[in-house]
Ligand binder design. Structure first.
Ligand code: HEM
Length: 217
């Protein structure tokens, strides 16, 4: 298990949880709860919230950008160094297109998330109709999470080879032919070797859907 990758993953997932959780709470908890107050009271509440919430928004955006870019560069370097699918893996899976779409959507999410807690006159139009722009931002954030899951699924599998890497072997008794772990076989080393071979095959020949299990990380 690579500690740097683990740290990056923790940072990215926690920051995403804060950002998306904050949007859900604001849209479905806060806004309906203060809707019955007069406008002046609502604005005072938003002002008090802004002072406390702004550092969380800035912090999560910074963490998402830093950990996301580092993750992307490290993954690219690994795919290149290991020559996945003869150097064709990225193209065959459209990984870069997915990343580009995700990155652009994430920038739009960052813009609205900041504008919603901002004070500048230039972003006042966003705060004039919080419900609409919060809904849109939340929808885009959900799309970002879905694309992220898709990207991850392109190169992760049941983590069988993680056993030699500090993980735990998973017995697959119903896996398709050629992917079983060998009936009652209890030799972890043997299973691990077999799976390593299967994972390597996947990287060699991604399917049309881009499927390729990277069993280790
Ligand atoms: C609204 C902002 C964002 C959200 C909600 C988000 C969410 C996520 C989630 C849930 C994952 C999967 C994590 C895992 O399973 O370990 C992920 C992975 C990732 N994210 Fe983000 N992310 C955001 C912004 C960004 C940005 C700005 C970048 C790049 C600069 C980025 C780059 C990545 C990369 C490279 C991965 C790994 C994908 C893979 O496994 O192949 N993310 N993100």
């Amino acid at each position: 298990m690579d500690p740097t990758l683990l740290l990056l993953r923790w940072a990215h997932v926690l920051a995403a949880a804060v950002a998306v959780g904050g949007l859900v709470f604001a849209r479905f908890g806060l806004l309906p709860a203060i809707a019955e107050f007069d406008e002046e009271t609502r604005e005072r509440i938003h002002d008090r919230i802004r002072r406390r919430w702004l550092p969380w928004v800035i912090g999560s955006i910074t963490l998402l950008l830093a950990s996301g870019l580092a993750n992307f560069l490290l993954f690219n370097a690994r795919v290149k160094a290991e020559g996945w699918a003869g150097g064709e893996w990225m193209r065959a899976t459209s990984y870069h297109s997915l990343f580009g779409a995700k990155f652009l959507l994430a920038l739009v999410v960052f813009y609205f998330a900041s504008a919603l807690v901002g004070r500048g006159a230039g972003t006042q139009w966003v705060r004039k109709d919080r419900a609409t722009w919060l809904s849109l931002t939340l929808g885009l954030a959900v799309a970002v999470v879905m694309i992220s899951g898709w990207m991850r699924q392109l190169h992760t599998g049941p983590n069988l080879t993680a056993a030699g890497d500090g993980g735990v072997l998973i017995e697959r008794t119903n896996a398709p032919e050629g992917r079983r772990d060998g009936g009652g076989d209890t030799d972890g080393q043997e299973r691990q070797e077999a799976d390593r071979g299967a994972a390597a095959e996947d990287r060699e020949a991604p399917t049309a859907a881009g499927g390729g299990e990277e069993a280790a990380r």
